[in-house]
Design a protein around this ligand. Structure first.
Ligand code: MEV
Length: 341
């Protein structure tokens, strides 16, 4: 497996450029969520749902943030997102911009950050990581600096820690590098070359969650149930490595089996939800090769591995009839990118 190509140096000649745009993908996790926080490897794929960021100068100091993000989950019964006021969602975005400004030693004017995000929020698809890395990249670019991916990764921990507690870093890595990655810890991120792209449907339950609360619950459980968790982590290590091999060899049948196994383990540790389990079962009965929750769980999204790209239409119809919102996604191969505007 080739090591990721990490550009080590940012260009060191800040200019007076002050407008920039950027784009970063969302992500799905094919194996290893939650267990990655405890030391197991995870496998994640960047997907073609995007956040776009525009940075413009303003005459007063400080950072203003505007965001157009899908906030429908805050309505009605979806209260377990952990967000009571939509403006709370803007604070990590502002932190991302401020931390970047500090990094690029820009002490002059303030700036305005405009975020447009098409990724459902608090649904396990990496909306916060995507917006964060897009902001970091665009703010640096607005000062004429192209940050290395490694540096974007490091900076993204500031807003991600603020929002999620102690995340592993897999979400931001997927959004930064694009394509498919095996993530074990921040110093061990590798790209995976695919034999063929898996035909995936993502399906949103419409029930949203707070990643930090779910992760904290699993970490506490792992301390109480040490022996069980040692077994789970060993199993997930095998599953994630098996998923990498299946993807490299284009073995969809094996990949699907491993996805179902991973879902069962996630159920065992209590991060699934009846609607996720129902949709996974519906997908299995409808001939899905594999299905599992993706991301933090507790609602959010599940993913289905279909027999072919064309079969995704049929699977999407089946899932929609059962109350899910399906997205036919494909892999984003680029990751975060920015340019002066
Ligand atoms: C969330 O997309 C993935 C989790 O494993 C959290 C993390 O890795 O930080 C649940």
């Amino acid at each position: 497996m080739p090591q990721l190509h990490l550009r080590s140096e940012e260009s060191s000649r800040p200019t007076d450029v002050s407008r920039a745009i950027s784009r970063a993908p969302g992500k799905i996790i094919l194996a290893g969520e939650h267990f990655v926080v405890l030391g197991a490897p995870a496998v994640a794929m960047a997907i073609n749902l995007y956040s776009e960021v525009k940075v413009t100068p303003k005459n007063s100091p400080g950072v203003d943030v505007d965001a157009d993000i899908p906030l429908r989950f805050l309505a009605g019964k979806n209260r377990n997102s952990g967000v009571s006021d939509p403006r709370q969602l803007l604070r990590p975005l502002q932190l991302a911009a401020e931390a970047t400004l500090k990094q690029v030693v820009a002490k002059d004017r303030g700036l305005r950050v405009n975020v447009e995000c098409e990724i459902p929020v608090a649904a396990g698809l990496g909306s916060s990581a995507s917006t964060t890395v897009a902001i970091i990249s665009a703010v640096a670019r607005s000062r004429g600096i192209e940050l290395s991916r490694k540096k974007i990764f490091k900076l993204a921990f500031i807003p991600e820690n603020f929002l999620h507690g102690k995340p592993s870093g897999v979400d931001q890595a997927a959004c930064i590098y694009g394509g498919l990655i095996r993530f074990n810890r921040p110093s061990n991120v590798r790209t995976v070359r695919l034999e063929k792209e898996p035909a995936i449907v993502v399906c949103d339950t419409g029930i949203h969650h707070a990643t930090g609360t779910l992760v904290g619950g699993v970490v506490r459980k792992s301390r109480r149930e040490k022996k069980d968790f040692r077994d789970y982590i060993a199993k997930v290590r095998d599953i994630s490595n098996g998923v990498v091999n299946a993807l490299r060899e284009g073995d969809d049948v094996e990949l699907g089996v491993l996805m179902y196994q991973n879902h069962d383990l996630l159920r065992k540790i209590g991060v699934s939800h009846p609607k996720l389990d129902h949709l996974v079962e519906v997908a299995r009965r409808a001939g899905g090769l594999g299905a599992k929750l993706t991301g933090a769980g507790g609602g959010g999204c599940m993913i289905v591995l279909c027999r072919s790209t064309r079969d995704r239409d049929r699977m999407s119809r089946v899932l929609r009839r059962e109350g899910g919102t399906p997205y036919k996604v494909s892999m984003d191969a680029t990751g975060v990118e920015s340019q002066s505007a």
